[in-house]
Design a protein around this ligand. Structure first.
Ligand SMILES: Nc1ncnc2c1ncn2[C@@H]1O[C@H](COP(=O)(O)OP(=O)(O)OP(=O)(O)O)[C@@H](O)[C@H]1O
Length: 327
């Protein structure tokens, strides 16, 4: 039986055939055999994955698929049971998070309570790298850290202007709306002049009125030559700004490809979206995505793939965001 919906098997970003774990023409991150277990649970079991340089890659999958854990491992915030990975051709296994950031790989963090008690500018300065005043000797030599403090403040101010947060410079970060917090997280990550920016759910808690501006800022990172890897449940964002999509389920990479192909993949469409094409990706259960893997292996007829029922899951917006949307 001929299948007219079969996606192309090649892609300019890929060497050879497009398939889970495929080799990229120019990879900035390469991970091999990365396993992380919590007790009896295997949260991450990535055999091989490569992130294309200079592109925007979305890492998607149902709740509990292992996306955040994989982020934590790559950036040195967690240790795997086994596995190796490299960034710009250099191994990053066993490298602590602050050194990972110095090498140019940064990730955003949700604005925690304690960071909320700092001003927007103070948050930005925390993101600067190689702060000379932190060394014991340098701390005693005022001109050394004074010049750097000034350079960092100038960089922070330029970034705050770019992200339209300059008017909030002296405000407590806790007073920002959900959307502004996301912008601050992104701006803070840029303080260390990274090559690869990893965004953890950049759309979570953001008022729909602000999503376009956020998308534009993420695209701006790519325009400036950075590579972006983001975890996201928001289908709109995945569809509209990513060059490449990697699908995880039960800790493994089960599919990857350009967004248009991933969205057309009948098994993925059935499993993720069912009849409701605007359904949040996070509503898929692990079993349903595991089915994608199984179906792809078995090459079953698309008719056999049954559309799943979905759990209700709605993104929340903060009070500040509602307020901002009204302004
Ligand atoms: N510190 C931990 N201790 C025990 N189990 C953990 C820990 N961190 C994560 N897990 C488990 O590992 C699995 C993967 O979790 P993870 O948060 O990485 O998934 P995710 O894909 O990011 O999910 P979500 O989309 O909901 O954020 C889950 O079953 C989770 O409960």
């Amino acid at each position: 039986m001929s299948d007219t919906t079969t996606p192309p098997r090649t892609h300019p970003l890929v060497e050879g055939e497009v398939a889970p774990g495929c080799k990229k023409v120019d990879a900035i991150v390469v991970a091999d055999g990365v396993v992380r277990q919590f007790g009896g649970l295997t949260a991450v079991d990535v055999e091989h994955v490569e992130i294309p340089r200079g592109m925007i890659t979305a890492l998607i999958g149902p709740n509990g698929a292992g996306k955040t854990t994989f982020f934590n491992l790559l950036t040195g915030f967690d240790r795997p049971n086994k596995g190796t990975w490299s960034f710009e051709g250099q191994s990053l296994a066993h490298v602590p998070s602050h050194k990972v950031a110095r090498r140019g790989m940064v990730r955003t963090f949700q604005l925690t309570k304690s960071l909320g008690r700092l001003t927007v500018l103070q948050n930005m300065l925390l993101g600067a790298r190689d702060q000379r005043g932190e060394g014991m000797f340098a701390a005693l030599v005022k001109p050394l850290w004074k010049a750097q403090e000034q350079a960092n403040t100038e960089r922070a101010d330029a970034l705050l202007a770019r992200f339209k947060l300059d008017a909030k410079r002296e405000d407590y970060a806790a007073s920002l709306s959900g959307g502004q917090r996301k912008l601050l997280e992104m701006a803070r990550a840029l303080m260390s002049e990274p090559t690869l920016v990893m965004l953890d759910e950049p759309m979570a808690g953001v008022n729909p009125a602000l999503t376009q501006s956020l998308l534009d800022h993420v695209k701006g990172l790519k325009d400036d030559g950075m590579t972006v890897l983001f975890v996201e449940h928001d289908m709109h964002m995945v569809r509209h700004i990513s060059d490449w999509v990697i699908v995880m389920a039960e800790g493994r990479v089960v599919a990857e490809g350009p967004p248009e192909t991933i969205m057309q993949n009948q098994a993925v469409v059935d499993a993720y979206l069912g009849a409701h094409h605007d359904t949040d990706l996070g509503t898929l259960t692990n079993q349903q995505v595991a089915q994608i893997h199984h179906d792809a292996d078995a090459d079953v007829d698309a008719d056999d793939a049954s559309a799943p029922t979905t759990d209700a899951s709605t993104a929340s917006t903060t009070d500040a965001d509602q307020e901002e949307g009204r302004r």
